[in-house]
Design a protein around this ligand. Structure first.
Ligand code: VTB
Length: 338
């Protein structure tokens, strides 16, 4: 991105991109078909992304694991425009949308070239905290110690904390440890990206996200943390025993190492911090609610149009914009509701 002006303008372009993906996937809410919900989000995102004046390169995209048809990693477009690396999750929480459950979002992050880690689509262990707890946690430390440090920073007791975590068998020990430390816990079926963002926003009553989710979601979370002054620490996970799955369900260590090498990652046990995952100096983050959530309302449909609720933020502007957009349809007589 050549100038700040360009970055600001791009932020609004990206808002249109996540709005479009959210609207199309929200139309499929509750239909029970997560693949279809994802597919329409990908297509809508792609269509609007094509109109953005940039040379966009998708560094985190759909396709690798889900074999979604578009937004493959490495896609290139245009020539005379600024070079931008993009990480997309057109529908974060496909199951949530398919079931009409809370917290599905359409989301993307962008940065100057090289500003977002080209992470493989494997699992990642994460700890995410807000600005008050930055520097107070260590992904390798015992859960109890991290919780005590977070509580100290927030000026409260551990039993006043809430940790959010994906409800998975692989988290049995983590959940036991959080409970033993005395903190409260919120188990979610899907969507650790929006959960991580909640942990970095005061007032959501979430104080940390912990546990293993997707690495691509980790990179996009890191981009959000740069804009929100939060922190993520993370490690790639591919050991089937740790994931609590049969070895046939995940790529072999050899396959993972090959993929990591192709991506320029030499140490699979590296601890990534916010800046490793999102080293960019000029980061843009945009997300639009698909279903209602902690931070964003879901898409609402009415006779004369649709209404979307989004958050757009950049590292540069020091403003977090919550954008409530009415997309008017129905011609000159359309009635706009407040
Ligand atoms: C993770 C998490 C995502 O899917 O990728 C998860 O980061 C998949 O985990 O937020 P499992 O394979 O254990 O189901 C989400 O929850 C939603 O896409």
């Amino acid at each position: 991105m050549k100038t700040i002006k360009a970055e600001r303008e791009l932020a609004l372009d990206f808002l249109r991109v996540t709005e479009a993906a959210a609207i199309e996937s929200a139309k499929t809410m509750g239909q029970g078909d997560r693949k279809h919900s994802d597919h329409v989000a990908v297509e809508a995102m792609r269509e609007v992304m094509d109109t953005v004046p940039m040379r966009g390169r998708i560094v985190i995209g759909e396709g690798e694991r889900d074999e979604a048809p578009m937004l493959y990693i490495g896609e290139e477009a245009r020539a005379e425009f600024p070079e931008v690396d993009i990480a997309v999750d057109p529908l974060e929480g496909t199951n949530l949308c398919a079931l009409g459950a809370n917290n599905a979002i359409a989301v993307l992050a962008a940065a100057e070239r090289g500003g977002l880690l080209n992470a493989p689509d494997i699992y990642m262990d994460k700890i995410v905290v807000g600005p008050s707890s930055r520097g107070a946690v260590d992904i390798d430390a015992p859960v109890e110690e991290n919780l005590k440090n977070i509580a100290r920073r927030l000026g409260r007791d551990v039993d006043d904390l809430t940790v959010i975590c994906l409800d998975r068998k692989r988290h049995k020990k983590l959940v036991d440890d959080v409970r033993a430390a005395g903190a409260r816990i919120r188990l979610i079926s899907d969507g650790d990206l929006s959960a991580g963002i909640s942990a970095a926003v005061a007032g959501t009553n979430i104080h940390a996200l912990m546990g293993i989710g997707g690495a691509p979601e980790g990179v996009i979370t890191a981009a959000a943390m740069k804009c929100l002054n939060g922190e993520i620490q993370a490690k790639l996970v591919y050991d089937p025993a740790r994931l609590g799955v049969d070895a046939s369900k995940v790529p072999s260590e050899e396959q993972v190492m090959k993929r990591l090498n192709e991506m320029g990652i030499t140490d699979p046990n590296k601890i990534y911090d916010t800046n490793d995952l999102a080293p960019g100096k000029k980061i843009i983050f945009a997300a639009t609610g698909v279903t209602d959530g902690a931070l964003l309302r879901g898409v609402r449909f009415f006779g004369a149009g649709k209404r979307t609720h989004s958050v757009v933020m950049t590292t540069d502007s020091k403003s977090i914009r919550f954008v409530d957009t009415v997309h008017v349809e129905g011609g000159p007589d359309a009635v706009i509701r407040f």
